[in-house]
Ligand binder design. Sequence first.
Ligand code: CP
Length: 306
Amino acid sequence: MRSLIDILELSTSELDELLSTANDIIANPKKYAHKCDGKKLATLFFEPSTRTRLSFEAAMMELGGNVLGFSEAASSSAAKGESIADTAKTVSCYADIIAMRHPKEGAPLVASMNASVPVINAGDGGHNHPTQTLADLLTIYREKGRLNNLTIGLCGDLKFGRTVHSLINAMSRYEGIKFVLISPDELKIPSYVKNDVLEKKGIPYSQTTSLEESMSQLDILYMTRVQRERFFNEEDYLRLKDSYILDLPKLKNAKADLCIMHPLPRVNEISVAVDNDPRACYFKQVLNGKYMRMALILKLLEEAAK
Ligand code: CP
């Protein structure tokens, strides 16, 4: 049974296929309106979410299917001590496909090993968030017309930011990609990403603490939130939380066709004044997430039916 736990489980030709399906859904939504009639998606969210859970649910509804699930661990039998494995076996009796978010890294993988239906990782701790990466890829593709020959600035919490880790993994497979890693020293990219992906594949990258000095060279600027929930002490969070605030003056030296992205939710890291700048793409990114999740649900259900 094929699941999606890590973005690297999808080949670049499969990513192309998903991008093509998502673009076709955008152009011809009626063609897809009954593709999942009679099918059910379970959303098992053990951690808060707005975009990922609701976009999965909207995606299934727009494909003609139904949704069930829970949005917090406290309202599931996990609160009584039920294991991930038993939860996955149970939900497989009710649903055709599962989307799971969990604070523990590896929990969706455990679910996929015990479920009899496809499991999609909707975010596991600071580890991976493959469907956010699908949303990011569609956004880059639609805004820039390509997924190669881009200088990508990643700014903020690069240590705990699972969306950043998944995006680096995905974009490292395309030609001509260069990363500018912008973070405080305490929130630098983990060595398992730096050594095992960037160094190993010979991908050009630089590390800096200055957003302003990096700005002029970027094609993509991917801002991230400093995540309170990943810190062990409040003092460190408070010291680092406003390390980077993107505002209009900081965009003075940016390219005219810069694409500003953010997985959201934002706290302070992008001023609301930037929302009206034509380079702000983060709400388009939200919508693109729904289309890519539609494409992914279709692909996994088709493969499960074979
Ligand atoms: N980008 C993202 O995962 O948002 P949510 O936490 O709201 O799902």
